[in-house]
Design a protein around this ligand. Structure first.
Ligand code: ATP
Ligand code: MG
Length: 431
């Protein structure tokens, strides 16, 4: 836990400053980071929330390689079009490879190798894998990295109606992902590209440092996530259109006339961080790559595809932007690197050590994955470091309390403290 007193001068936004100060990441090159122990724990927890919600909505996890063959991208016609964001590599046999910026070509290649009939549809395959985009201006730490972790899912259906059902599942699953991460995400209309239609949305987290401008109906901003108890393979259209019928757009799709026609108190404008993007693109890859399926009529047609991305590593920064104070990060319980911290104010004192070890063991047994701080630092330094790294609960054990049979329990988010016996503190933490 290499914490820093001061943020390096080149970190411009609070999440980047706090990620460096709390020792979550270390920059190795522009837009390329090593994940230190605390940062990695948070990243893995976000990844797990995303995974659980994808699985719930019927998607199936795979893992595709980071290095891809240029020949696949020549098949889709994107190899030359993709431009300078693509990192191109040659192997020892002089073959063209690239570090994948996304995986439509690879997943289409996998799909066409196995699936030939509409009877095997729908399918949704996803992976959580590192991507590389040689961004012109990597900045804001993990927010706009060059190497970054993305969850990318790809749906396959026999027709557009099926693709819409797949799209709707992802639309609602995404809202549940962000809610579990303690975030309020607004689905805004996004550019559908040449195919047109209404099946393209970006998910925005409101934060002053966001790169996009968001315009939305307040009722949509206030609307809660659908929750897990959805009939995922039933008709999701009413639940989705309840949300998409309310105005929401980012700068590129903004329609000022429509926005201005809404009652003034319902108009919300704010900066937003894009943490996800879902869209339907039909036959864009399946046609040139010949991913054909036989329909009920016996005819072969290109499979209908959509793709669904979550910026997993960007979310670490986005969560901090949404949840911090002057003392540091305030992790939502769902992604906190540790569930609780046990602070031993006099390590080496037999009484303090004993209570701390008991607290550590009980918290471990309760599945809270505690951190035990038995460093010899001054109490003030320990408090500051624990606040900085944002652990939700602090169990503070000092000689005075031990003599009286109590510990101090602090809730990071509210700053609320109470003095109580260890067993009672453990009960409060367990909820
Ligand atoms: P942006 O407009 O921010 O460049 P994008 O449209 O290129 O995003 P997608 O290709 O839709 O992004 O990728 C899916 C998600 O991956 C995005 O919604 C975003 O959360 C995340 N993402 C994209 N580029 C980066 C990056 N350079 N660093 C970190 N996360 C990223
Ligand atoms: Mg981009």
């Amino acid at each position: 836990m290499p914490t820093l007193r001061e943020a390096p001068a080149d970190a411009q936004i609070v999440s980047h400053q706090l990620m460096l100060r709390a020792g979550l990441i270390r920059q190795e090159a522009a837009g390329i980071y090593a994940w230190l122990p605390l940062g990695l724990k948070v990243l893995k927890k976000i990844e797990q929330v995303v995974r659980e919600e994808m699985n719930r909505a019927g998607a199936v996890e795979i893992l595709m390689p980071t290095l891809q063959l240029a020949d696949l991208w020549r098949e889709s016609g994107r190899y030359d079009d993709y431009g300078e964001e693509m990192l191109r590599i040659k192997d020892r046999h002089d073959r063209d490879l690239l570090y994948g910026p996304t995986a439509e070509e690879v997943v289409t290649d996998i799909f066409r190798g196995y699936v030939k009939s509409y009877k095997d549809l729908p399918k949704n395959l996803y992976n959580i894998q590192w991507k590389f985009r040689d961004e012109r201006r990597p900045r804001f730490g993990v927010m706009r990295g060059r190497e970054f972790l993305m969850k990318d899912a790809y749906s396959f259906d026999i027709d557009e109606a099926g693709a819409r059902r797949s799209y709707n599942r992802m639309f609602l699953a995404y809202l549940n992902v962000y809610a579990r991460l303690g975030l309020k995400a607004i689905p805004v209309k996004a550019d559908p590209g040449p195919i047109g239609g209404d099946m393209s949305h970006e998910f925005m987290i409101l934060a002053d440092t966001g790169e996009s401008q968001v315009f939305a109906h307040r009722d949509l901003v206030e609307m809660g996530a659908p929750g897990p108890n959805i009939d995922w393979f039933g008709d999701l259209e009413p639940e989705v259109s309840r949300r998409t019928s309310l105005y929401a757009a980012s700068d590129e799709m903004h329609d000022e006339a429509r926005f201005a026609a809404m009652p003034e108190e319902k108009r919300m404008t704010a900066r937003g961080i894009e943490v996800g993007h879902i869209f339907y693109f039909g036959e864009k890859y399946s046609k040139p790559m010949k991913a054909l399926v036989t329909g009920p009529d016996g005819k072969d047609t290109p499979v209908q595809m959509g793709s669904y991305g979550v910026g997993v590593s960007r979310l670490v920064g986005a969560i901090i932007e949404a949840s911090h104070d002057d003392s540091g990060i305030i992790w939502p319980d769902s992604v906190a690197p540790f569930g609780a911290a046990v602070l031993n104010l006099r390590a080496g004192d037999a009484g303090c050590d004993e209570v701390c070890e008991e607290a550590y063991k009980s918290l471990t047994d309760a599945g809270l994955d505690p951190l035990y701080d038995h460093r010899a630092d001054r109490p003030g330094a320990k408090f500051a470091a624990t606040d900085l790294v944002g652990i939700p609960w602090q169990v503070v054990v000092g000689p005075k309390g031990v003599a009286e049979g109590v510990v101090e329990l602090k809730r990071r988010a509210t700053g609320e403290r109470q003095t109580l016996p260890l067993a009672a503190a453990l009960k409060v933490i367990a909820g």
